[in-house]
Design a protein around this ligand. Structure first.
Ligand SMILES: O=C(O)CCC(=O)C(=O)O
Ligand SMILES: [Fe+2]
Length: 219
């Protein structure tokens, strides 16, 4: 799976007029995930969803679904079933790759539905960057026509966000970007010297609210 994903990354690099090695190098070391999904039959499938609508927060997904079928993709304002093709994988783009391409490649909205009769299984390989490697778009993909879309982040932070703060849906990357920016401003403590000066100034001016103030220009 790792090898297949590297080959696909080579082609995606070429498609963006980047070096073929660009994404291959980025993902050469990775903290990828393999997941087995098991969907028991359900008496009222219309009242439940095996996996609700979401985009994968990861970078690239290579999925093997069994012959039961149930994967659906949202395109042209409606849900389409993705047929099981023996011997074929389903490949889709995830949020992290969307950020790496500055929004040029879009992560794909999908879900998995259940049925009344049969157990369904799928096996998903999620290509992910190294946990602490900064995810930042390639320089050539940020320009006047395509300004910067998402803040820098790490896969570790997005994983933490989707495991402990937010259930992945179709707006994960937007919600995560906001969360990253909030975290950054909350963590921006005033350097001691400036804090002192503010306090002294504040005492004179009856302005004592210095805790966690984000100083303009303190980037
Ligand atoms: O089971 C499926 O076909 C899709 C599962 C899925 O979307 C996921 O694991 O992220
Ligand atoms: Fe998914």
């Amino acid at each position: 799976m790792n090898k297949v994903s590297q080959e696909i990354m080579g082609m995606l690099g070429i498609s963006l007029v980047l070096d073929q090695a660009y994404f291959k190098d980025f993902f050469e070391q990775n903290d990828s995930i393999l997941r087995l999904n098991h969907y028991p039959p359900c008496q009222k499938p219309e009242l439940t969803l095996g996996t609700g609508p979401h985009t994968d927060p990861t970078s690239l997904t290579i999925l093997q679904q069994d012959q039961v079928g149930g994967l659906q993709v949202f395109a042209d304002e409606k849900w389409h079933s993705v047929a099981h093709i023996p011997g074929a994988f389903v490949v889709n783009i995830g949020d992290t790759f969307m950020a790496l391409t500055n929004g040029i490649y879009k992560s794909c909205l999908h879900r998995a539905v259940v049925n009344t009769e049969t157990v369904r299984k799928s096996l998903a390989f999620f290509l992910c960057p190294k946990l602490e490697r900064p995810v930042t778009p390639a320089a050539g993909l940020v320009n006047a026509a395509n300004s910067r879309k998402y803040p820098d982040f790490t896969w570790a932070a997005l994983l933490e966000f989707t495991q402990n703060h937010y259930r992945a849906d179709m707006k994960t990357l937007v919600a995560f970007s906001k969360w990253v920016q909030e975290q950054e401003s909350n963590n921006k403590l005033i350097p001691y010297g400036q804090c002192w000066a503010l306090w002294a100034w504040g005492t004179n001016k009856q302005l004592l609210w210095v805790n966690k103030v984000r100083l303009e220009g303190d980037k």
